[in-house]
Design a protein around this ligand. Sequence first.
Ligand code: FAD
Ligand code: AMP
Length: 475
Amino acid sequence: MAQNYDVLVIGAGPAGYVAAIKAAQLGLSTACIDKWIDATGKPSLGGTCLNVGCIPSKALLDSSHKYAEAQKGFKAHGISTGEISIDVTAMIKRKELIIKKLTTGIKGLFKANGVTSLAGSGRIVAANQVEFVDHEGATEVITADNIIIATGSVPIDIPPTPVNGETIVDNEGALAFQSVPGKVGVIGAGVIGLELGSVWSRLGSEVVILEALDSFLPMVDQQIAKDVQKNFKKQKLDIRLGARVTGSEVKGDQVTVQYADAEGDQEMTFDKLIVAVGRKPYTDNLFDDSLGIKRDERGFIQVNGQCRTDVPGIFAIGDVVRGPMLAHKGSEEGVMVAELIADKIAQVNYDLIPSVIYTHPEIAWVGKTEEQLKAESVEYNVGTFPFAAIGRAQAANDTAGMVKILADKETDRVLGIHIFGPSAGDLTQQGVIAMEFGASAEDLAMTVFAHPTLSEAVHEAALAVNGHAIHIPNK
Ligand code: FAD
Ligand code: AMP
């Protein structure tokens, strides 16, 4: 009879592997099953995030940013380089090495913390039993007092453009092109579409992004979204809104896409087509509905605020449950659930989960947008400040964008921070910390910010909330 664990986690993405490590650190006997196999046929921990998501996309975003800077940005600093070229194979190899380092790192963390790592797939067969099938096909039933489902998500495939891994790809394929395609189509102007479109556009592809919705980045504060849209146009990212893809035809090594926009039916031919129309929760072959774990109409496992399913002892975390599909959201849920299992008091503050789009400049935000506050009839003050008026941004020749802070009209409590600009992701984190501590705009305004830093834009925006900005441009 196999060992009974206190905790058995299914899925070793950022939700599952963090849950497993935390549970083990709390003294619970823990195992984690994961079935990911990498391109070389070996098991790899870290899920979507480390293998084909957050990390590889950022590796290529950084490589392509450096390339674009060398091509277009150095001149302003007086640097000339001669002809610049990109070795795509070397760039992709660097990305693979980073993945290897980080996924092996999780293996090491499991070992160091005493988590039993099981490579293969798991299926819940009873409230405290999981059938584990390893990669050689050997099967055993593992028992556990608590089961944490962290099986994540997979890309949505739409019927008009079935992914074939060659001309039509999803995120995984788009992170592995071996040369710079001449013309790239991207379906979906969401976070993933914009990031992957940016990578190949910077490297020289002509990129067209087709987006069915008429509005651009509807989840982003619309003042910021408008600023972003203008900037991306200048960067020659061709984003077509109100363009719904209806069909495609692969001919040789090209794909012709049919789409409908306000002017009628259109057609465009690409060397590569990236389908980035969102992700769906993944629960294939994970349990039988008779077990009592419920899914909503979109396939997300139903959980309460503590990530408990309807079956006692079975939790679900990460992309497979409601909430933003973000690595850090899943990791925090993993910590919370491990602590709850260890009888501790724990919670996740779902109101303060930051979002970042890693384009250049970055787009990042936390809390409420102006549109949300209006819809909720909350009265607010707004403070904005452009990076163009920030000395450090001038010094770096990186002056696009602004910081926008929204604060409650009566209490001055910060309700939202929205940034488009250099290092927006890191700058927004200052707002997350402030908001976590219930800061007012005045609290931020009275804080000393080092000079010259990009953070001064946060300071000035906080001052601007109550009309006190010092370096007010255009006045
Ligand atoms: P996953 O990471 O999907 O991991 C689930 C794991 O479970 C997988 O390894 C899977 O093989 C395994 N599994 C599934 N079923 C079973 C089973 N039955 N038995 C055994 N194992 C199983 N988020 C960010 O926060 N920041 C970013 O910058 C960011 N960039 C992204 C870029 C791209 C291109 C993509 C695609 C996603 C990005 N995301 C980003 C989203 C992020 O990757 C996900 O939110 C995150 O990976 C979700 O974590 P998870 O642990 O819930 O699931
Ligand atoms: P996200 O869910 O943020 O990754 O964004 C995916 C985007 O893809 C959404 O903005 C959708 O409107 C868009 N989308 C979905 N289906 C289509 C389609 N057939 N044609 C164009 N855009 C689409």
